[in-house]
Design a protein around this ligand. Structure first.
Ligand code: DC
Length: 236
């Protein structure tokens, strides 16, 4: 375990379904850091909007709805993971549904929604020692993060991985549906006016198309240790 004073902020951005959360979770576990899944916040907001029939193209309706949203990451000791709670309700599993995936990129493109989520994300980094994954974490949320990783993987690999994940929960799902959803989200996430998905200039590229989970973790850990070394030299 690394001393608190040496803790850094690690950001992981990239395309949908390229393994960001897997790497982020493993890194956090290995380093004793907190893992934050920023996408879960946009998914929970989308769930609230759908349930309450909020028109997210209307900024006033969005601002009013956001006042009634409280998001919290709650640690589930048994499942050994942190889970998204929306107004006190555990929504960790429903927010992974394709119904949410179909709308979340539109909701996440709304300026007011992003301001609401980003303000909370910035607070979570105050004490450092976090790994946060998303689309704009290295560019907007923590532009000064010590280590920024930008992940990618071949399209077929990403579709196959997401299909396996969703198929286990819903065997009626088709590979075409998954592919169409990924392509749509990638397009909206990288073309929106507010904080589009971009590789930060100082982010390190990690293409994991042909890497095992262990191999990608080892590469990232090497980068972490290099950054920690740099930090130590700056202090002394
Ligand atoms: O990482 P994910 O698939 O759970 O993210 C869901 C959606 O939320 C994704 O399509 C884009 C959006 N998102 C975002 O705009 N900014 C983030 N920091 C994280 C997610």
């Amino acid at each position: 375990m690394i001393a608190t004073t040496d803790k850094i902020i690690i950001t992981i951005d990239g395309w949908s379904s390229c393994g960001k959360s897997t790497l982020a979770k493993h890194l956090a576990r290995e380093l004793g850091y907190v893992y934050i899944d920023s996408g879960a916040m946009y998914r929970a907001i989308t769930l609230f909007f759908l349930r309450n029939h909020i028109d997210w193209t209307n900024p006033e309706a969005v601002l009013e709805a956001l006042q009634n949203i409280s998001l919290e990451f709650v640690s589930n000791e048994k499942a050994q993971q942190s889970e998204m709670h929306l107004n006190g309700e555990n929504v960790e599993y429903v927010i992974r549904d394709l119904v949410i995936a179909e709308k979340v990129s539109d909701v996440a493109a709304v300026r007011e929604v992003r301001e609401f989520a980003v303000a909370q994300q910035k607070k979570m980094g105050k004490k450092k020692g976090i790994v946060m994954d998303g689309r704009d974490i290295g560019t907007v949320v923590f532009p000064k993060a010590e280590l920024k990783i930008f992940m990618t993987a071949d399209n077929e690999v990403r579709v196959e991985r997401r299909f396996q994940e969703l198929y286990d929960k819903n065997p009626a799902i088709t590979i075409e549906e998954v592919k169409a959803n990924l392509e749509m989200r990638d397009y909206i996430d990288s073309h929106r006016a507010v904080s589009p998905l971009r590789q930060a200039k100082d982010a390190l590229l990690l293409d994991n198309s042909n890497l095992s989970i262990r191999q990608q973790l080892e590469i990232a850990l090497k980068w972490v240790h290099e950054r920690l070394q740099l930090k130590k030299q700056e202090v002394h």
